[in-house]
Design a protein. Sequence first.
Length: 277
Amino acid sequence: MRRYKNHFGSLVLALLTHLAAAVTVLVLGFLVSYVLVRGVPNLRPEMFAPTYTSENQSMLPAIVNTCTMTLFSLLVAVPFGVGSAIYLVEYAKKGSKIVSLVRVTTETLSGIPSIVYGLFGMLFFSGKLHFGYSMLSGALTLSIMILPLIMRTTEEALLSVPDMYREGSFGLGAGRLRTVARIVLPTAIPGILSGVILAIGRIVGETAALMYTSGTVERIAGLTKSGSTLALHMYIQASEGLYTEQAYATSVVLLALVLLINFCSSRIAKLMMKGRE
């Protein structure tokens, strides 16, 4: 605190910053502790049975459906999102009106409520394209939801790569495509994966959009069948009021699943960076 002795404003700002960080950590710790305390004692072996019944309240089908939904949504959204960001940063003309329009549209899509995406998915994918209530309709709807997030985070990651990297590559005779593939993208991988991790969190925790598109059938579903994800499974348990304890147990598994997916994503990023070195 000595360095702030003659700067009262800086001292206040430093105290507020530390206070905000402490409050954030405390709130997060309280939420996680509350979920664990209420949920762990209610975990039962029958809740991981391969078939759901009203007696066992099995969440295994929902876990499988959640992984399927996450994987397929990312397979659709990541190539389009990363590709669009590469075009905007590396190929589009600087200051172009089209680029500005795309960015404004992306930011607008980020602010649309998920229930609106669900209504669109129900009318277009389930109705117009005749996919019905299916995992495919839900995954395509979620792909549109997370596309702006992936685009913006990838764009920021690419913009953070120093221009000297590009200039050095061009100076050595490499073309733009090789420069992007061999220099820019590997450098921006940590930022891109951060966006993917955020997208995974939104996919795993989504309920409103999926109620209109994938349905709430408690079974292990293929892409053309209706199936419930883990968040939907927990929502139904809590809303009925008959399986509150099981809902808390489901929240523990949901938390563990998100942490596991994020850990795997971080490990993949580190391995890719090591391979580049």
